[in-house]
Design a protein around this ligand. Structure first.
Ligand code: PLP
Length: 394
């Protein structure tokens, strides 16, 4: 059986941070004692459990500080998907007379599949589109929000292109018209500033493993006064809003990750953006028939989605993998065939380009050397695959 050694790990160049991130060493150190030493149940009456309860309270305060909200507005969940599902289902059951849901065609499946299932159950679903640069059609939302709308759910930033959507403007529009607004901010938190104290957003989802906390911990922000039917019923945890014994290491880890994210926020994200820009512009310049999927502006600082005409994204990934470079492609395997992603299709990216798309997503742990090595390898990989491509005239 093959095992990944420490040396292999050291060779890995990880540009797939929108898929998941490395747990920060400081986070790992912080959560260590909560497995075998301080393993009490935070709900217990004894002091052993009570100490854990105090750490959970502190973690909640840190997350609230990162988001600019009240600690009481933070509900810990099991993941970003659970937060998204709860926000949508919980709002609908709190407003059963309203039958319209508004979302976008480029949401993550954690939102889109819930909305489509609800459409199958009789809800009216409006999916607004994006333009060829991945920019959201705000006017379409403005036209659709009405008295029958139960919820508008639009992501803060897209996971594939990194495009940032005008969610604050949409939240204001919804507030003016008395409609609940939820945003999936799983990709945005920690990468761009978010301040919920100056916002009209009612509900917001985030996920720990996208910001250097462990997997299996999420948050749903619910603004004070927002009616929400709990999704998980049982014990009184999270103020009765999300039952189930808390994922103590996950919560404490997320608290630490939030604290780290706030440290030198601007400086860290500017550095990531500089590396991303260097990688992106060199690839676009050195690889023929390549194009950026997304707008130069209004993008997360860490994400770059590039299409390479006439070749398969999966083939690029395999060759990158030989050098230990991890990225991801814009196709998904559906019933045995590779389908271009729904996001690139919504942008109208031509089939030949959508198939050859690669997403590079960086984090604070990436270095200039890693970027330079990838810049050096990409033209070689692309040219080699083009030589084999049946779509290129020889
Ligand atoms: N929403 C977005 C935009 C995502 O990118 C992801 C994960 O990739 C999710 C939701 C789901 O989060 P989780 O993996 O924590 O369930």
């Amino acid at each position: 059986m093959s095992r990944i050694t420490i040396e292999d790990k050291m060779k890995t160049i990880y540009f797939d941070n929108n898929a998941t991130t490395q747990v920060a060493p400081e986070v790992f150190e912080e959560i260590g004692p909560y497995f075998c030493e301080l393993y009490g149940n935070p709900s217990s009456m004894h002091n052993f459990g009570g100490q854990v309860g105090i750490k959970i309270r502190q973690a909640r305060e840190k997350v609230a500080e990162l988001l600019g909200c009240e600690p009481g507005e933070v509900i810990f969940t099991g993941c970003g998907t659970e937060s998204d599902n709860t926000a949508i289902m919980g709002t609908l059951s709190a407003k059963p007379n309203r039958r319209k849901i508004i979302t976008s065609r480029v949401e993550h499946p954690a939102v889109l599949s819930v909305c489509r299932q609800l459409e199958g159950q009789g809800y009216e679903l409006v999916e607004v589109g994006v333009d060829s640069a991945g920019r959201l059609d705000f006017d379409a939302i403005e036209k659709q929000v009405d008295d029958d709308t139960a919820i508008v759910t639009i992501m803060y930033a897209n996971n594939e292109t990194g495009m940032v959507f005008p969610v604050e403007r949409i939240a204001e529009l919804c507030a003016e018209r008395g409609v609940i607004f939820h945003t999936d901010a799983v990709q945005a938190v920690g990468k761009i500033p978010i301040n919920l104290s100056r916002s009209k957003i009612d509900l917001l989802s985030l996920s720990g493993h996208k910001l250097h906390a462990p997997k299996g911990i999420g948050v749903l922000f619910v603004r004070k006064g927002t009616r929400l039917t709990p999704f998980m019923l049982g014990g009184h945890q999270e103020g009765g809003r999300r039952a189930g014994t808390e994922n103590v290491p996950g919560i404490i880890g997320l608290g630490k990750a939030a604290e780290l994210a706030m440290k030198n926020f601007e400086e860290v994200n500017n550095r990531i953006k500089r590396l991303r820009d260097k990688l992106e512009s060199a690839i676009l310049q050195n690889c023929t028939d390549s194009r950026l999927n997304g707008d130069a502006d209004n993008r997360l600082p860490n994400t770059s989605n590039i299409s390479f005409e006439y070749i398969e994204g999966e083939a690029i990934l395999l060759l990158l993998d030989k050098y230990g470079i991890c990225a991801s492609s814009g196709s998904a395997c559906t019933s045995g065939s590779l389908e271009p992603s729904h996001v690139l299709r919504a942008m109208g990216v031509p089939f030949t380009a959508a198939h050859g798309s690669i997403r590079f997503s960086l984090s604070r742990y990436n270095t200039e050397d890693e970027v330079d090595l990838t810049i050096a390898k990409m033209p070689e990989i692309v040219n080699r695959l083009r030589e084999l491509s049946p779509f290129v005239a020889k």
